[in-house]
Design a binder for this molecule. Structure first.
Ligand code: NAD
Ligand code: MG
Length: 394
């Protein structure tokens, strides 16, 4: 029996993970479930999956969850806050890291320090502190399996004993596919006025709101380029982004002999989740088999960086190195939240990120404290720009 903690159980990835676990009660038990504020949803999950521990974001949420679980006579130790998240991440065999944003960093690092099997959905942790995180994983013998569909596809397309050296494995290029999101074909000059609702309407995937907006700006792909750099040891020059609107090929690896290996499947996160949970075995994920004959066509095109400036900004941050990706990520989190709150426009997101990157020096990412300090500086700077832009709109 594998004991699993799900960080971010009430989110899109968390719910998909529980769906896969429920199909295999003989293999997995739920050790802990966590949520920030959706207490009712978390209580219902606790009733169904009977975790030993549950963690929420505040004392008030913890009191409400305790009351709900007492009513239903569900025994479960409830706690709240970052320290408790770190405990439950360190205590289980396997940790699904599916909290959104930089909030996921501390518990994901705690799982690495405890040498756990980490199923990594939270890409922000690697973007913020890639070197430190990969070092912790190696030092403590943790097992890191990518959940992000592109990185899971690349993982599946690389040799089993891949040692994070493209040259040693004969890898010429890592090709990340991208759907292009909801605005791939929309006239660029109309992007100023798109609404959060339009931005969150992804053509192929159903996801949380932050990553949906990131997909519309293609910052998501930019964060994934940085994620791929750390996971697979490839420099920016060996990572390519290719638009593939159907999201059937989840990513590819090009080898020096001309071979291209890819992983295909229906766009459903339960496939990479099941792959990582059972690795190196295979289990049923509940996802339908791919119907290739029923598919009209698979298309590919180069991304247009004028339409998607966030993608270029992310490549810049990766090339700059150090804490530049932490600046990028924090500015983006603040800008996306402000867009979702309708304080700024869609195109203001790339403006905020670019201004924060231009106006703030980055340093060495040699400690978690340095990374978090840079994250804080970027959030303050981004909030000031947001306030200015929001003021100008009123
Ligand atoms: P979501 O918004 O649906 O869920 C986020 C979860 O994190 C929720 O359970 C929420 O309670 C928790 N959370 C939010 N803020 C928190 C905080 N401050 N402290 C503690 N917990 C907090 O997001 P999602 O779409 O499930 O994405 C989760 C992560 O997985 C993100 O990093 C995203 O980039 C990554 N990811 C998601 C998908 C997808 O298909 N949804 C695909 C690839 C990668
Ligand atoms: Mg992805």
């Amino acid at each position: 029996m594998q004991q699993v903690t799900i960080l971010g159980a009430t989110g899109s990835i968390g719910v998909s993970t529980l769906d896969v676990l429920a199909r295999h009660p003989d293999k997995y038990t739920v050790y802990a479930l966590t949520a920030h504020s959706k207490v009712d949803e978390l209580a219902a999950q606790c009733v169904q999956f009977r975790p030993q521990r549950a963690v929420v974001g505040s004392a008030d949420a913890a009191r409400r969850l305790e009351a709900l679980l007492r009513q239903r006579e569900v025994p479960c130790a409830v706690s709240w806050g970052e320290a408790a998240l770190c405990e439950v991440a360190a205590e289980a065999d396997t940790v699904m890291a599916a909290i959104v944003g930089a909030a996921g960093l501390a518990p994901t690092l705690a799982a690495a320090r405890a040498g756990r099997k980490i199923l990594l959905a939270n890409k922000e942790a690697l973007v913020l502190s890639g070197q430190l995180f990969m070092d912790l994983v190696a030092r403590h013998g943790a097992v890191l399996l990518p959940i992000d569909s592109e990185h899971n596809a690349i993982f599946q397309s690389l040799p089993l004993a891949y040692g994070r050296s493209p040259a040693a494995a004969g890898v010429a290029k890592i090709v990340l596919t991208a759907s292009g999101g909801p605005f791939l074909k929309r006239a660029v000059d109309t992007l100023e006025s798109v609404t959060p609702q339009e931005a969150c309407k992804h053509p192929n995937w159903s996801m949380g709101r932050k990553i949906s907006v990131d997909s519309a700006t293609m910052m998501n792909k930019g964060l994934e380029v940085i994620e791929a750099h750390w996971l697979f040891g490839a420099p920016a020059a060996q990572i390519e982004v290719l638009i593939h609107p159907q999201s059937v090929i989840h990513s590819m690896v090009s080898y020096v002999d001309g071979s291209v290996l890819a992983q295909l499947g229906n766009p459903d996160m339960r496939t990479p989740i099941a792959h990582a949970l059972a690795f190196p075995e295979r289990i049923d994920s509940g996802v339908a088999q791919l119907d290739l004959a029923g598919m009209a066509a698979l298309q590919f095109e180069q991304p247009d960086l004028a339409r998607f400036p966030c993608l270029a900004l992310a490549f810049d941050a990766l090339r700059a190195g150090g804490t530049a990706p932490a600046l990028l990520n924090a500015a983006n989190e603040v800008a996306v939240e402000a867009f979702l709150q309708r304080q700024i426009g869609f195109r203001d997101i790339d403006r905020v990120v670019k201004t924060v990157m231009d106006e703030n020096a980055h340093g060495a990412a040699d400690s978690i404290d340095a990374v978090l300090a840079q994250d804080g500086v970027a959030r303050t700077a981004a909030a000031a720009i947001v306030a200015r832009l929001a003021g100008a709109r009123r």
